[in-house]
Design a protein around this ligand. Sequence first.
Ligand code: URA
Length: 269
Amino acid sequence: MSDPRGRLATYLDQRRRMGEPGVMPAELAPGELLALLRTTAAPASGRRREAGGQGVVPASREAESAKGNAAGGSASPFPLPEAASADYRALREMALACTRCRLAEGRRHVVFSDGNPAGRLMVVGEAPGAREDATGLPFVGQAGKLLDLMLASVGLSRSDSVYICNVLKCRPPGNRNPLPDEIDACAPLLKRQIDLVSPEVLLAAGTFAARWLTETNKPLGKLRGEVYSYQGVPLVVTYHPAALLRNPGWNRLCWDDLQLLRQVMDGPS
Ligand code: URA
């Protein structure tokens, strides 16, 4: 196997199967992680296939509804035009030309997705950063490299098993947090994207994705550790990789979240 990410994934998976409690130890500093990641290959864009869903494991659902923006199942104040949501290609084309909010003015690229729409797992992040805006692909900066390592640690990769997108498709200026009206404007795209890709499992990376998908306003630390259901699709929540780079002490918790994700994907044994 020549792909370094593939070799890393195999190595981490072997350690996981041997019962290693954690392969992303908290004491691994961000600099060390990044040195490790520098040896990995650039993410590949995925192949397309017909999307089709599969069964889900039992999941709990938070009852508290989100305030401020249209969350996962809620009706949006800005519905999509019908033609735009006919199929995946139409949705993507609509997104690439979108002017539904102010972020269209400053963007270089709309960042729709990367990875494999036929992949079992769909990862939802927050919003594109500078590198993503420049390339049109999600999670290609330092946080993206860490995300690839996190996925590899449980045997997943955007080149085959994972589809990646964000709550917002355009970069907020200066990487500020998404504003509620921007989420409201973009949410119907994400909602339809999830319907059309029809993943087996969802992973929310960070507070904005976790809150939107669970329809709550709780802090991420209170949301993680449970399996939710987004419209019948099992959903696991974890820290955003950029937050992990700032807080390496959370690596162990993230490792636990990834083990939960792997359990959900492996199904009852
Ligand atoms: N952070 C995100 O949430 N998404 C990206 O695509 C890049 C960084």
